[in-house]
Design a protein around this ligand. Structure first.
Ligand SMILES: Nc1ncnc2c1ncn2[C@@H]1O[C@H](COP(=O)(O)OP(=O)(O)O)[C@@H](O)[C@H]1O
Ligand SMILES: [Mg+2]
Length: 257
């Protein structure tokens, strides 16, 4: 299973990605969790401490590695570089492991005008493609908010976009936009997780606006999730309810594959 978790800012992409990753790991599956949000905070939600997270170098900042792999170092830097750098050893060498999950932070890639073909971008794009195509773990990518970046192609290799929504019209718009974009990118499957669902009215709204075949399930609005975030710990370790609800979504995901 190789999924990219998308949606508006603040809807719960990181929360969902982290608990899903922990659930897979808890049953002994190999899991690679990847933070592809420039505003990276998946690490804490997975259960890494703040110190551990700040000790992690994002792939985009591994200057020597990028220079070595793309041949972009030295004279004429940035002019000529390999567009097919070796990346297959990067997950095992550079991922940080905790709670049975391998974790990578991709970091920010500055996008120049007219589309970026900088060495960092080439390495990240190829690395994501490698992780999707050639590795056998469960891959969960916590994406940047919004959808513009999806067009840059870094997520276009995945099996499925999971769009996290809140019960509201703007989120539903995002779902439609992702669905359209997925079609253009050749990502065949788009599913929805509705988060922060407070009551039957919220649930009805979701069911009215999202086709049943696309809806994986709902996660209740839950103070334990908020508290975990305030403490900087994983909601997996503090909320049985969140775990149970996301377990149900995980089962739907597995049977949908
Ligand atoms: N089901 C929920 N109930 C209450 N608060 C939630 C829930 N899911 C997420 N949150 C809170 O909402 C905020 C944004 O969640 P986060 O997962 O970081 O969103 P995103 O990654 O989409 O920006 C966090 O403070 C988080 O704790
Ligand atoms: Mg996030």
């Amino acid at each position: 299973m190789k999924i990219a978790v998308t949606g508006k800012g603040g809807v719960g992409k990181t929360t969902f990605s982290a608990v899903l990753a922990r659930l897979f790991a808890a049953e002994g599956k190999k899991v690679l969790a990847v933070d592809v949000d420039p505003d990276a905070n998946l690490g804490l939600a997975l259960g890494f401490t703040a110190d551990e997270v700040s000790a992690i170098t994002p792939v985009s900042k591994m200057k020597e590695l990028i220079a070595e792999r793309t041949g972009s170092e030295g004279e004429g830097m940035g002019k000529f570089f390999k567009i097919n750098p070796k990346v297959d050893d990067i997950p095992d060498t550079y991922a940080h492991e905790k709670n049975g999950i391998k974790f990578l932070i991709m970091g920010t890639v500055e996008v120049g005008g007219g589309g970026c073909v900088c060495p960092e971008h080439v390495v990240i794009k190829r690395l994501i493609s490698h992780m999707v195509v050639q590795r056998d773990e469960v891959l969960i990518m916590d994406m940047e908010a919004g959808i513009e970046h999806l067009g840059r192609g870094t997520a276009s290799f995945v099996d499925r976009f999971v769009v996290v929504i809140e019960p509201g019209a703007r989120s539903v718009q995002t779902y439609h936009a992702v669905k359209k974009l997925a079609l253009d990118l050749g990502v065949r499957k788009v599913s929805v997780v509705a988060n922060k669902v407070r009551d039957a009215e919220d649930e009805d709204f979701v069911k009215k606006n999202i086709p049943a075949e696309d809806l994986l399930g709902c996660i209740s609005y839950n103070d334990e999730i908020l508290k975990a975030d305030r403490k900087g710990v994983s909601p997996f370790d503090t909320s049985e309810k969140a775990k149970t609800e996301i377990m149900r979504i995980k089962e739907r995901l597995e049977s949908a594959d």
